[in-house]
Design a protein around this ligand. Structure first.
Ligand SMILES: Cc1ncc(COP(=O)(O)O)c(C=O)c1O
Length: 452
């Protein structure tokens, strides 16, 4: 094969290219996922390819569940559909005993299609149409109201059905985060949440059964949950005493971090992500104050998403070009980028060669295949020399990507699931142009366009 000459670019030394310890972390090739060779996976299913590990899904779920059940007597997880609603992924969590947590009519329909009974669906979100609420009421779902308009819609539905309806309220509160999420639910500190509960109780048409609060996502500090749990505990005691109601559940939402590393994070996620035990300790030690209620402890619901699924997902990608960049770094172009890896915008995902390598590590920028400047998978990462056709693994990528991916410039990749026994199942086919085209309607006057 003819060797290629690349004109060298002479650059002054750039000290920022070194990490503070003056050397890079050791990088080892990862040639297999769950003992299945990357080369085999690509030979059979092509590249790019999402690969999920069922062992990891079950392991994370059980670890999270154990952390809470050893500390609190009534715990229920509800799988956050938006985090990953591939049917097989949802099925694993449902098999493990999780209910479904949905945030739209669309997701509600998915959970029902998945066979989840209404009483095991938690219906959250800022937009629930009257029709969607009616369906959820009829099917006995747990509904957490988001705003006064929705509260009024529920009062209408109660009138229409001629019976009182059971509801919960989403509450937002200051748990000490730099920016608290206050756009969802009723604010606790300014009295809005209390007013909403009063309105519901005084109407005689709504039975208030629970509180829901999701403080945010990728929360690295368990103390945030301690403050959240404390405020919810105190609020529960207040409204129960003042309005003579009895809550049956407290839903603390999701938000536990995975071992990913945020762009702005100094230490790697694997070093600093709290354990499920740390989160559980913070939450449960506050909720124990509810023991003295006549009804005992309310059910603790958790809607953890990314912490359960992120580690289970890897993305196999292929190097389609490499180029010297005028800034003195190596550009590596992959066959997948932000189209299927939305989370690369805020995480420094690991990019690991999937075959053995040698040669000097070089500061590299990893691009996706989109003809768009924003399509950057990693903006600075030390990589060994990679050649055309080499594979890399990008991980962890199990959360949010296979629900937020786009058909933009490239079709969506296939997804496989590796069972605990090492069997590989295709759980979503690679998309084709037909998947996109069959929803379009071309007016007859435009006929079949194209040069002929
Ligand atoms: C209401 C609600 N519950 C649960 C989740 C899952 O969050 P996470 O994936 O951070 O655990 C979300 C995500 O934002 C959410 O909005």
């Amino acid at each position: 094969m003819k060797e290629r000459y690349e004109r060298p670019i002479i650059q002054p030394q750039q000290p920022y290219q070194m990490n503070p310890f003056g050397r890079t972390a050791a990088l080892e090739a990862m040639t297999a996922i769950e003992s299945v060779a990357v080369s085999e996976l690509v030979a059979q299913y092509g590249s790019p390819l999402f690969v999920f590990s069922e062992r990891s899904l079950r392991h994370q779920y059980r670890a999270a569940r154990r952390a809470f059940t050893v500390r609190y007597p009534k715990v229920q997880f509800a799988w956050s559909y938006k985090t990953n609603y591939l049917q097989s992924i949802c099925a694993v969590f449902h098999q493990e005993g999780a209910w479904a947590e949905v945030v739209s009519e669309f997701e509600y329909a998915m959970a029902r299609r998945q066979g989840i009974a209404g009483p095991h669906i938690i219906f959250n979100g800022p937009f629930k149409s009257k029709a969607a609420l009616c369906r959820a009421v009829t099917e006995g779902a747990i509904i957490n109201l988001d705003c006064t308009d929705e509260l009024e819609t529920m009062l209408d539905i109660a009138d229409d059905l001629g019976r009182p309806l059971t509801v919960g309220f989403r509450v937002n509160l200051d748990a000490g985060l730099p920016q608290s999420w206050n756009r969802f639910g009723f604010n606790l500190e300014n009295g809005e949440a209390r007013d909403a509960v009063r309105l519901a109780v005084e109407s005689g048409k709504l039975i208030v059964r629970g509180l829901h609060c999701h403080v945010g996502t990728f929360i690295l500090d368990p103390e945030v949950y301690r403050r959240q749990a404390k405020k919810l505990t105190v609020f529960t005691q207040e409204i129960e005493a003042d309005f003579g109601i009895e809550l049956t559940y407290l839903d603390l939402g999701g938000g536990f971090a995975s071992t990913n590393t945020l762009q702005a994070q100094y230490l790697a996620g694997e070093q600093i992500t709290p354990s499920f035990d740390q989160y559980a300790e913070a939450i449960c030690s506050e909720l124990l104050a509810l023991q003295s209620r006549p009804a005992g402890f309310p059910l603790l619901i958790l809607e953890s998403g990314r912490a359960l699924v992120d580690e289970a997902g890897s993305l196999i990608a292929t190097v389609v070009a490499t180029k010297p960049l005028p800034i003195g770094m190596r550009g590596v172009v992959l066959d997948v980028g932000l189209n299927a890896l939305y989370t690369a915008t805020w995480y420094r995902h690991q990019v690991i060669p999937a075959q053995s390598f040698s040669g000097f590590m070089e500061e590299s920028v990893v691009y996706g295949p989109l003809c768009m400047n924003i399509d950057v998978v990693r903006d600075t990462v030390m990589l060994p020399p990679l050649g055309l056709g080499d594979r890399v693994l990008i991980k962890p990528v199990g959360a949010y990507n296979t629900s937020q991916w786009m058909q933009w410039i490239q079709a969506r990749p296939a997804v496989v699931l590796i069972s605990e026994q090492g069997e590989v199942d295709l759980i979503r086919e690679r998309e084709t142009i037909e998947d996109l085209a069959h929803r379009e309607r071309v007016p007859s006057r435009l006929g079949q366009s194209g040069a002929s």
